[in-house]
Design a protein around this ligand. Structure first.
Ligand code: ZN
Ligand code: ZN
Ligand code: ZN
Length: 156
């Protein structure tokens, strides 16, 4: 006569909904972030998007830490990326599921198209995931901007 393991006080979900979505359902991606200096200096070599979580081996839809290139699972799996942020302070992460970039410190998505520092890694991830470059054009040093240059024609 084993009693099924459902012996517990019926205290269900206290405000659990708060954890889902963001206040108004959708937050706009930021076009700037103060934490970009924490980006890894070499983001041209990153793990493939199929890489499992380094802690629990969750196979897909993981996050790539953009500071140390660790692959960690999302808050919907075992929250290893969240824990990683709490443990190390690394706050920038790229989602291997949709290639969006999240800043844990800003608590916001970052607009990859508006933030040049994120474009190289986005492009590499896009290539690895889809086999082709992202729709927007890469920065190819189209303009060697040199504000120092004075328009003074000091000839003769
Ligand atoms: Zn930030
Ligand atoms: Zn994990
Ligand atoms: Zn990290």
């Amino acid at each position: 006569m084993a009693i099924a393991g459902s012996s517990s006080i019926p205290s269900v979900g206290e405000e659990e909904e708060e954890y889902y979505g963001f206040e108004s359902g959708w937050v706009e991606a930021r076009t700037s972030c103060d934490h970009l200096p924490s980006l890894c200096s070499d983001l041209t070599h990153i793990p493939i998007p199929d890489s499992p979580c380094t802690r629990c081996q969750n196979p897909s839809e993981n996050w790539l830490c953009l500071s140390c290139k660790d692959v960690l699972c999302s808050r919907f799996v075992n929250k290893h990326m969240v824990h990683h942020h709490q443990e190390t302070g690394h706050c920038l992460a790229l989602s291997f599921s949709d290639l969006s970039v999240w800043c844990f410190a800003c608590e916001s998505y970052l607009d990859v198209q508006a933030i040049q520092a994120l474009q190289p890694v986005y492009e590499v991830a896009h290539l690895l995931k889809f086999g082709q470059r992202p729709p927007f054009r890469t920065i190819e040093r189209s303009k060697p901007c040199d504000p120092q240059k004075e328009a003074s024609t000091s000839g003769s």
